[in-house]
Every structure is written in structure tokens, then in C-alpha cells.
Design a protein around this ligand. Structure first.
Ligand code: ATP
Length: 233
């Protein structure tokens, strides 16, 4: 479904991705793992066209994404939950949800505000609250809902549960499992390896801008050396 081949990305003259290659199959949950500053966010931002990749190819269902605008990439079916959530502070919760709603309703069962509330019931009680008055957990649930409203076939989350209380984290992992059961593929970055191992089909460890290890949760569990070398535990 999504394939990166030898992707190189620079910030000015400083190179951040050094031949990033990975492949994600439809219906899978995949993770990007690795220490801080290794290139996970840059990989996501290159996929989404936010930081344009300079070399290699990024294809989604066979279509080249490299060189396309973020708007067009989103319209092709990629939804992003960005690091830091980026909720519109001066819009209400409902307005945040409908602001990005896709009119590509050709999916058999498109996302609606009601469906987002069924996934995250606590959001409904805050429907008229301004974005900046929501708690961190509410903002993250809203960010996920807002991305779903674009009816993505691949949902990408950068730091899915960063800074959130354990109860909210559990709700988010449960929601991601349910989203996946509904047929949406997921690419996720998070620091909580334990939760990622439960939910993910495949892990990609990123080190200095390239994938240095990949495998399923059982393989990662078994490979003490890879965990210690690349993840620090
Ligand atoms: P983290 O978990 O800390 O977000 P990461 O694995 O997502 O880490 P990136 O944020 O992709 O890593 O960073 C990869 C490299 O690119 C790092 O060396 C970082 O310093 C550099 N970098 C990231 N953003 C910028 C930027 N806007 N300008 C210049 N260099 C950047």
C-alpha cells in the first residue's frame, strides 16, 4: 500500500533521511521506532509532503507522492495526526472536526461527527468547547477524529499518546484497534513499546535516517540485541 524506496530528505544542507526504505501492506498496523532525532518525524513529514523529499520514491497504491502537495497527498487517502496535535485553538470541537472533512464520500461507510463521537464518547460532551480549552487527552482524541473525517485509508500518527495519562492512552489504543478493524491501515510513532508490540503487525527501527531493523512483535521481543542497540532497553 505504502512504499518508500531510498528516500533522502534534507533540512537546508543538513541531511536527515539517508535512503529510507519501508513497505506497509494494506490492513496492517506498522510502527516507526528509534531514539530521538533518528528521523521518524522527518519520514512522516516526507510522506505527507510537509518536508519535501529530494530523492527516492514514495508510492501509495502505486501513485508517486514525492513532489505532490500535502493537500493532494491527503486527498489520496492519507490522514495525519501530527506531533503536538495542532488543534485549531479558536474553533470549537465540532468546527475542528468538520474543518477538514473530506467531500470524498465515495467510501462505503464514510466518517461523520456522530461516528467520531461513537469512537470517543467523551468528545460529545465538549462539542461546543473551544479547541484551546480542551485537555491534552481531548485534544489528541479530537486530532484523531479530525484526521478520520478525511476518510483516510492510511492513518499516520506521530507520537500517538505522548504526555497523556494512562487511562487516556488506553482509550487511544482501543480506538486505534477499532479503526484498524474497520479496515484502515495505521503507521504510528510512539514511545510506549509495550502497547505498540500488542497492536502492531510490523515494526521498523529507524537509525540515522534509515531502517536498520524490521520485523513483527515476536521477532522484536526475541531480539534482545536489536532492542538494546537501537531502542536502549
Ligand atoms: P523525535 O522523537 O525527537 O521527534 P525523530 O526520530 O522524529 O525524533 P526527526 O525529528 O525526524 O527525528 O529528526 C531527524 C534529524 O533531523 C535530527 O538530526 C534533527 O535534528 C533534524 N531536524 C529535524 N527537524 C529539523 C528542522 N526543522 N531543521 C533542521 N533539522 C531538523
Amino acid at each position: 500500500m505504502l512504499e518508500l524506496k531510498d528516500v533522502t530528505t534534507f533540512y537546508g544542507t543538513s541531511q536527515a533521511l539517508f535512503g529510507m526504505s519501508l513497505a506497509l501492506e494494506a490492513g496492517q498496523v506498522a510502527t516507526l521506532l528509534g531514539r530521538n532525532g533518528m528521523g521518524k518525524t522527518t519520514t512522516i513529514n516526507s510522506i505527507m509532503g510537509i518536508v519535501p523529499a529530494q530523492g527516492g520514491s514514495i508510492t501509495f497504491d502505486g501513485k508517486e507522492l514525492r513532489g505532490q502537495s500535502s493537500f493532494r497527498i491527503a486527498n489520496l487517502g492519507l490522514g495525519l495526526v501530527p506531533e503536538g496535535r495542532q488543534i485549531f485553538p479558536n474553533l470549537t470541537l465540532r468546527e475542528n472536526l468538520v474543518a477538514t472533512a473530506s467531500n470524498h464520500l465515495d467510501r462505503p461507510d464514510p466518517w461523520t461527527v456522530e461516528k467520531v463521537f461513537a469512537l470517543f464518547p467523551e468528545l460529545e460532551q465538549r462539542i461546543g468547547s473551544m479547541g484551546n480549552l480542551l485537555s491534552g487527552g481531548e485534544q489528541q482524541m479530537l486530532a484523531i477524529g479530525r484526521a478520520l473525517m478525511t476518510n483516510p485509508r492510511l492513518l499516520i500518527l506521530d507520537e500517538a499518546t505522548e504526555g497523556l495519562a494512562p487511562l487516556v492512552r488506553r482509550k487511544i489504543w482501543a480506538a486505534l484497534s477499532s479503526i484498524r478493524e474497520q479496515g484502515t491501515s495505521i503507521l504510528v510513532v510512539d514511545k510506549n513499546l509495550h502497547d505498540l508490540m500488542r497492536i502492531a503487525d510490523r515494526h521498523f527501527i529507524v537509525q540515522r535516517g534509515e531502517v536498520v531493523w524490521q520485523g513483527d512483535s515476536a521477532a522484536l521481543q526475541a531480539d534482545n540485541e536489536a532492542r538494546k542497540n537501537y531502542l536502549g532497553f
